[in-house]
Design a protein around this ligand. Structure first.
Ligand code: PEP
Ligand code: MN
Length: 338
């Protein structure tokens, strides 16, 4: 339940109502804005009579929060969240977060050369999988811990923060120590034990949308992490399963304004996994920026034809450079820097 106080309500009146609500067994989280004070009630609000709250002359409106997510809900946190990672900001009016790199770390030469080139083109985060969730157990599974070491080398050379996927709660300590943004992949979006454990950390999390997850389920997964006290979440739309088979997934561009409407969390788009086709990455990336995405995560490979994973959807470094140039005018048109 959310209680919106009238403008200029004296603080002692707000305190009195807060105390009365607390005595009824709910927790009251005040959000003090420039114009309005909002009281967010958490807990068993079924014991609170809406008419009784509305009878208070300082109350402008009472609303039931239909959504089951609270900490991820924009109603409780009207300002957009801005996540700070090694001096870079993601969300709000910050410049676009451009995360680029190969699907998988393959060698020192490969990750370092891609890192250098995408950085030169304007990327501000390095992506690269060390632990790979592959459909086939016989497919390349990633360089695992060695992959993390190589990512650290690339970071040391370029200064770019690392975004990489975690698969198991056993690796949380290692990830907290070695990476800057912990990616939760689509397949693990509802691995609730993993989410709960990540909630105990204070590391930024890139939470990808599940293969067939609704927006509400996706935000509930964010809620799992936030319930543990970790509010540093960046959502990632990466396409969903539909009846269409032409593309690997169907990019749900409407999810970006939907998330912005429902939540304060930043949201980035992954046009690579969404389409599964290198030649669709440019147009989908442009569209994502146009609908208000806070950034992009893009697979870039120096030799896509021989990539160990996802070469078919990886663009080459030169193509990434062109893309960043194309995005400038679109970003500018929607009031974003790059
Ligand atoms: C990835 O980013 O390499 C990846 C496996 O993505 P997703 O979880 O979206 O399939
Ligand atoms: Mn991939």
């Amino acid at each position: 339940m959310i209680v919106i106080m009238r403008q200029h309500t004296p603080q002692k009146e707000i305190d009195a109502l807060t105390n009365a609500l607390v005595s009824k067994g709910v927790q009251v989280n005040p959000v003090i804005g420039e114009d309005l004070t909002i009281l967010g009630l958490v807990g068993d609000t079924s014991r609170i009579d809406q008419d009784w709250v509305e009878a208070n002359r300082n109350v402008l409106r009472v609303m039931h929060v239909a959504e089951p997510y609270k900490k991820a809900n924009k109603m409780f946190h009207p300002e957009p969240s801005v996540i700070e990672i090694e001096g870079r900001k993601v969300g709000g009016n910050s410049p676009l977060a451009l995360m680029a790199g190969p699907c998988s770390v393959e060698s020192e030469e490969q990750i370092c050369s891609i890192a250098e080139s995408v950085k030169k083109s304007g990327a501000n985060f390095l992506r690269g999988g060390a632990f790979k969730p592959r459909t086939s157990p016989y497919a390349f599974q990633g360089l695992r811990y060695q992959g993390l070491e190589l990512l650290k080398e690339a970071k040391a050379k370029t200064g770019m923060p690392i975004v990489t996927e975690i698969m198991s709660p056993y690796d949380i300590e290692t990830f907290v120590e070695n990476v800057d943004v912990i990616q939760v992949g689509a397949r693990n979006m509802q691995n609730f034990d993993l989410l709960r454990e990540l909630g105990k950390t204070r590391k930024p999390i890139l939470l990808k949308r599940g293969l067939s997850a609704t927006i509400e389920e996706w935000l509930m997964s964010a809620e799992y992490i936030m319930a543990g006290g970790n509010n540093q979440i960046i959502l990632c739309e990466r396409g969903i399963r539909t009846f269409e088979t032409f593309t690997r997934n169907t990019l749900d561009l409407s999810a970006i304004p939907a998330v912005k409407h429902q939540s304060h969390l930043p949201v980035v788009v992954d046009p690579s996994h969404a389409s599964g086709k290198w030649w669709m990455v440019h147009p989908l990336a442009r569209a994502a920026v146009a609908v208000g995405a806070d950034g992009l995560i893009i697979e870039v490979h120096n030799d896509p034809a021989n990539a160990l994973c996802d070469g078919q959807q990886s663009i080459k470094p030169a193509s990434f450079e062109e893309l960043v140039q194309e995005l400038k005018s679109i970003a500018h048109a929607v009031g974003r820097g790059i």
